[in-house]
Design a protein around this ligand. Structure first.
Ligand SMILES: C[S@@+](CC[C@H](N)C(=O)[O-])C[C@H]1O[C@@H](n2cnc3c(N)ncnc32)[C@H](O)[C@@H]1O
Ligand code: SF4
Length: 374
């Protein structure tokens, strides 16, 4: 069976945020962006044609996909539809930044078939937004969400970041309250990660920036859960909350260890039992697609145990947990039984799930279980 999910990477950004380590290009030249688009479409055609793929989820992430015009983004979907069928109820997500999203763009994109908007809000308070180097303010997020609704978007998600030192617990609470007031069906809340090689990483190395300690971060996580759950959004993954039925199906497929096509620079895919990843540099990606028809830099085939390790690492961060067969269950004993006894995990009908208290410890639980396999 070919994968039913597709990830598409658009690397362009107006500038690089100081904390971001994603595959990003700040090259604003129209000809370069057009060349990337052409290469991306060529890769989509090569990857999809002949596979009889029937796609149920498409996720276009970045970078900032909306640095491309709505017509360009719609042409990506047209290419996908020309080489695969797309289910009528498919989830078709697009990442976007508030600052460059006009009402007209929102209308054109929705008409073009995009139906889930993942908006990089990060925070509603302008002090934190400035610290994060963002180009929008809190009021702008609200305006974009209202305009998106008026243009027909119902499936809207906000990305938030907590842990910036200038953001007090009260400021974080007020960001969450403003997200709740907007009544969006999905919120992702990420702890600010300091990546080496980013501007923030360099500041941390020099000692001019200190990340919040674990206790303060745990407080922020607790406030997020409390407020979002009170508003009817269920925590279905460590960093993700949604109204029932509006979970991100594309990400759920990743977390279940499912397969997916992937196109674009730095994109990672998984199919035919193999994981692959593409060249990360945008210029080299374009060159390689044009000269070789592919920009893969690595392909690896995982053993069943390695696949189990991955499923545990992602699945124990989710509410639904991990489905285990009898052999896998045996392999994880006696730690599995002892974590269940401690009330951190629940094992039922060949399904291992985190208990509510286990959510905050998800990564530690997975590594204790994984210790048995590695
Ligand atoms: C790669 S960005 C792409 C979307 C869009 N360009 C934006 O900035 O919102 C996806 C999300 O990852 C999160 N993110 C990126 N770098 C992060 C970091 N170092 N720590 C925590 N979250 C991060 C942000 O919340 C962001 O919205
Ligand atoms: S966080 Fe988003 S806007 Fe900022 S550099 Fe990364 S991808 Fe671009």
């Amino acid at each position: 069976m070919p994968p039913a999910s597709l990830y598409i990477h658009v690397p362009f950004c107006a500038r690089r945020c100081p904390y971001c380590d994603f595959a990003v290009s700040v090259n604003g030249r129209a000809e370069f962006r057009a060349a990337y688009l052409e290469a991306l479409q060529l890769e989509l055609k090569t990857q999809l044609s002949g596979t009889s793929a029937h796609l149920k989820t498409i996720f276009c992430g970045g970078g900032t996909p909306t640095e491309l015009s709505a017509a360009q983004l719609n042409s990506i979907l047209d290419t996908v539809r020309a080489h695969a069928t797309v289910a009528p109820d498919a989830e078709v997500s697009l990442e976007a930044n508030p600052e460059n999203l006009s009402r007209e763009t929102l209308r054109e994109l929705h008409e073009g078939g995009w139906n889930r908007l993942s908006l990089g809000a990060q925070s509603f308070d302008d002090t934190t937004l400035r610290f994060l180097g963002r180009a929008h303010d809190g009021a702008r997020i609200e305006r974009v969400v209202h305009e998106a609704r008026e243009e027909g978007w119902t499936n809207i998600s906000l990305d938030l970041i907590y842990g910036a030192p200038a953001q007090t617990l009260e400021m974080w609470r007020s960001t969450l309250e403003r997200a709740v007031e907007l009544n969006v069906p999905h919120v992702s809340a990420y702890s600010l990660t300091v990546e080496t090689g980013t501007a923030l990483g360099q500041r941390a190395a020099k000692g001019t920036f200190r990340a919040l300690d674990d206790d303060h971060l745990a407080d922020r996580m607790d406030v997020a859960s409390e407020l979002l759950e009170h508003a009817g959004l269920e925590r279905y993954e460590v960093s993700n909350w949604a109204r029932l039925g509006q979970e991100c199906r594309h990400n759920q497929n990743y977390w279940r260890g499912g397969s997916y096509f992937a196109a674009g620079c730095g994109a990672h895919g998984h199919f035919d039992g193999e994981r692959f990843w593409n060249e990360r540099d945008t210029k080299i990606y374009v060159r390689r697609i044009i000269s070789d028809g592919t920009a893969r830099v690595e392909t690896e085939r995982l053993t069943p145990n390695e696949r189990l390790v991955e499923r545990l690492a992602t699945g124990l961060r989710t509410r639904e947990g991990v489905a285990l067969n009898e052999g896998e269950t045996k392999l994880l004993q006696p730690t599995l039984a002892s974590l269940c006894k401690m009330g951190l995990l629940k094992y039922d009908a060949e399904h291992l799930k985190p208990e509510k208290t286990g959510f905050a410890l998800a990564d530690g639980l997975a590594s204790r279980l994984i210790g048995h396999i590695l």
